[in-house]
Design a protein around this ligand. Structure first.
Ligand code: ANZ
Ligand code: ZN
Length: 798
């Protein structure tokens, strides 16, 4: 019988449809294995997408064999810009393009043979789904976590539209190339900052990659520091600075304000005003990323001086765009001796550099900022203290004088939650002249997206929804008077922040998730997806979960117990993407080598957490290996089990299981290759292998190559699916080599014999030998001990 992948794969897919392998029985424990759901783009899947889907499917099938009933769903994160832009170009409704793309994705996913439960499919653009996305927003609004605020957004002055950050390429509009500016617009914000401390603390207990936890912690960015008031010479105005290094206060030799700082125009002198105003305007056109980037420092002197509160020294006040308006207090004291950015600024504008911390306790010639701890110098009463002590002592002193206080600061900002776009969830509130902003009644949800004629942004910074009077004009739920609907829509992140709660029963129209479904399935046991979501998506999902916990919807605070981030598949060193023209489509590979070969190659390509280079020859090698497995089973004449077969089988189970548990899936595949060679040798030597060993190999392979395993399982005469088995277990005892006899010599003369394991360590064997011949050693001194492995112990005596 020849290995015919096409025939086998077709046959087993049809069989699985008739008799599903993932079934609920009272003794099977639920296990939830989740993929990050895709955005159904028009480009379809490439082999890079396969990697994550294969990983999670192998894991799901492994869990089925481990005695679980597995929830392994799939769905679509389908709101967002690409569909909307396509709609603008082609004048087709985004829902139509989305439906086409979803159908194409589904067809391609079918080739992976993953055990997705399509009854549980979700789509964020489906009103049945976004009803609950809106419901969560309403609850946040009721709980004071959603609020309106004027915020600067990216604005293209020539397209007259607001732009998402992703649409700004190197400071220019992606569509027309004009320089993007900022425009103040009314925005909806979510108070994620209320959760900063919990989001940080709860990272600790998650079984997540350390790297991701660190990225989240850095993003939340908790720091301890102080706020210090500086008086301004000749003015009543005081400027508050935020610093994480109050120990360096004596070294502050100038002060810098953000260009947007509200005191700038009060403080600037007549002489400096024109230059300052120009600088402020220019800064308003740059993004904060550009501003923070390490580049040549720019800035303008305001003409006035601040007074250092500790020593009364006059320091000049500047503005510069490296100071951000919305972090800390938007103003900093600058210590060029100990801060790199301040050092660069001082060098450029020839400002004084005063060292106040030193390694040796003496002043040195500084060629760069000294940022390490050390001893305090040039700091009045604090001289001689360690800088770590001064970090506490100086703020305490300032507090007693009422000129400063200790603070905790977070980098995390509230979340700008509105888009001036069509293709997103309508925000479910109305604006009433009498009552202000009023949430719609829960019974009215979902607030459906109306049909529009033009998806184009309006040019006023409002969403296209604003142009549909019949939709916009409504009545106020509170007073019944005329009111207008909110026309901003939610960002693409909204649906993905909670979709995992919906999969257990996407059609539940009574509640977001039922108590029974929650108890049974949630939180998610294993979440698989790309590292690019390490911060935003995963942080938003954690925030939503904590909020839903607080209002009693779910009974857990963390959504994803275990997280695995797969690396990317690269080709010629670059990430696969249509624009780079280096995309490998799975379609022909499946056709030529089969789904099982491609699944296995996706794992063999490298450690799953790292980026790995695609190599076309690799899949051929895997295919040859699977042919070898096929022959090993197909041509086997079962023989009675020998000790050697038993030993090899237990070792195989152990090695595969341990690597599997550690998610070292590439080494699982190489392990299979290694053991298959050993089994083939043994088969040759003994004229066949015992059927238990053969069956064990088939079961172990099943999560990786489900079709071949099913076919071989049938070929060895077994009824039913290979997935009805349980994952084989191993016994350390059975792995041990049989004991062998070795001779004990005393100075070359055989004096006894004993049996030991051939793997027993030298020290153990010699100790045992000495014990056995102890009587003959009495009164003698051993001068040398020799162990010839598996043969002789020689004790040389005097
Ligand atoms: C004086 C100083 C001396 C500072 C020194 C650092 C080193 P993190 O750790 O990121 O929170 N800073 C404060 N507000 C800022 C703003 N709005 N824009 C840009 N920079 C700002 O950084 C806190 C430090 O960054 C603060 O401590 C302040 O500079 C600066 F040897 O104050 B430091
Ligand atoms: Zn009203």
């Amino acid at each position: 019988m020849k290995y015919d992948h096409k025939q086998i794969e077709q046959k087993w897919r049809a069989n699985w449809e008739k008799a599903p392998i993932n079934v609920e029985t009272p003794d099977r424990k639920p296990y939830y294995c989740l993929d990050m759901f895709p955005y159904p783009s028009g480009n379809g899947l490439h082999v890079g997408h396969w990697r994550g889907y294969v990983l999670s499917d192998v894991w799901s099938r492994y869990k089925i064999l481990g005695g679980h009933y597995v929830l392994h769903p799939m769905g679509w994160d389908a709101f967002g810009l690409p569909a909307e832009n396509y709609a603008i170009q082609k004048k087709v409704h985004p829902a139509i393009a989305t439906a086409e793309n979803v159908a194409n994705f589904k067809r391609q996913l079918h080739d992976i043979s993953a055990i997705y439960d399509w009854d549980k499919e979700v789509n964020t653009t489906d009103p049945e789904f976004y009803k609950w996305t809106q419901w969560i927003f309403l609850k946040m609004f009721e709980n004071g976590l959603a609020y309106e605020k004027e915020m600067p957004i990216n604005w293209c002055p020539s397209c007259k539209t607001g732009l998402a950050n992703e649409e700004v390429k190197e400071g220019c509009c992606e569509r027309c190339g004009s320089t993007v500016t900022k425009k103040n617009l009314r925005q909806w914000m979510l108070k994620i900052t209320n959760y900063a401390e919990r989001l940080l603390n709860d990272l600790e207990n998650l079984n997540w990659p350390e790297k991701v936890k660190k990225m989240q912690a850095d993003w939340i960015g908790k720091s301890y520091g102080a706020e210090i008031d500086f008086e301004i010479e000749g003015s009543d105005e005081k400027v508050k600075v935020f610093t994480t290094r109050p120990d360096t206060l004596y070294g502050a030799s100038f002060m810098v304000l953000a260009p947007e700082h509200k005191a700038v125009l009060n403080l600037v002198t007549k002489e400096q005003r024109a230059e300052v105003e120009k600088y402020v305007f220019d800064a308003s056109t740059k993004s904060s990323v550009d501003r923070m980037a390490d580049k040549d420092k720019t800035g303008v002197f305001l003409g006035c001086y601040a007074i250092n509160p500790l020593n009364g020294v006059k320091i000049p006040v500047w503005i510069s765009d490296y100071v951000l308006a919305d972090y800390g207090t938007g103003a900093i004291m600058c210590v060029p001796a100990h801060d790199e950015r301040d050092f660069a600024f001082a060098k450029k504008f020839d400002l004084p550099i005063i060292q106040v911390i030193s390694k040796t306790g003496k002043e040195e010639e500084l060629t760069e900022a000294y940022t390490e701890p050390g001893l305090m110098i040039n700091s009045g009463d604090f001289n001689g203290m360690s800088s770590e002590e001064a970090k506490k002592a100086i703020p305490e002193f300032l507090e007693t004088k009422n000129i400063g206080k200790k603070t905790t600061n977070y980098k995390l900002r509230d979340w700008v939650f509105s888009r001036q776009r069509y293709w997103g969830e309508p925000i479910p509130v109305v604006h009433c002249k009498c009552c202000g902003i009023v949430g719609v009644k829960e019974e009215e949800l979902p607030i459906r997206l109306p049909e529009v004629e033009s998806y184009e942004p309006t040019g006023t910074g409002e969403s296209p929804l604003a142009a549909i009077d019949e939709w916009v004009n409504t009545t106020c739920p509170k007073c019944g008077g005329p009111a207008k609907r909110e026309t901003n829509t939610m960002p693409q992140w909204a649906g993905s922040s909670w979709y995992f709660l919906r999969y257990p029963n996407p059609h539940n129209d009574k509640e977001l998730v039922s108590k029974e479904d929650m108890k049974k399935w949630l939180p998610v046991d294993m979440y698989v997806g790309g590292i690019e979501h390490a911060v935003l998506h995963l942080l938003y999902a954690r925030f939503y979960t904590k909020f839903l916990y607080d209002i009693g919807v779910v009974d857990f605070e963390e959504p994803f117990t275990r997280l695995f981030n797969q690396g990317m598949v690269t080709k010629n060193g670059a990430k696969m993407s249509k624009s780079k023209g280096n995309v490998i489509s799975p379609d022909e590979l499946v056709e030529k080598y089969g789904c099982d070969s491609l699944r296995m190659y996706e794992l063999f390509i490298g450690p799953p957490e790292l980026d790995s280079e695609w190599d076309d020859r690799g899949i051929e090698g895997v295919n040859r290996f699977l042919n070898k497995v096929w022959r090993l089973v197909d041509e086997n004449k079962p023989v009675a089990e020998t000790r050697e077969m038993e030993r090899l089988r237990h070792k195989l189970i152990r090695d595969i299981t341990i690597r599997m548990e550690g998610f070292n899936l590439n080494t699982v595949v190489s392990g299979f290759m290694e053991y298959t060679n050993k089994l083939a040798d043994l088969q040759k030597k003994e004229g066949g292998l015992d059927s238990e060993t053969i069956k064990t190999l088939i079961v172990l392979l099943a999560p990786f190559t489900p079709h071949i395993s099913e076919e071989l399982w049938e070929a060895v005469g077994e009824k039913g699916s290979v997935f009805a088995n349980t994952w084989p277990t191993y016994d350390e005892e059975k792995m041990k080599e049989d004991e062998i006899e070795i001779a004990i010599q005393i100075t070359g003369k055989i004096t006894g014999r004993m049996t030991v394991s051939p793997e027993a360590p030298e020290a153990e064997v010699i100790a045992k030998a000495k014990e056995l011949v102890a009587a003959k050693l009495e009164g003698k001194i051993i001068v040398k001990e020799i162990y010839v492995k598996g043969r002789i112990v020689n004790l040389v005596v005097k």
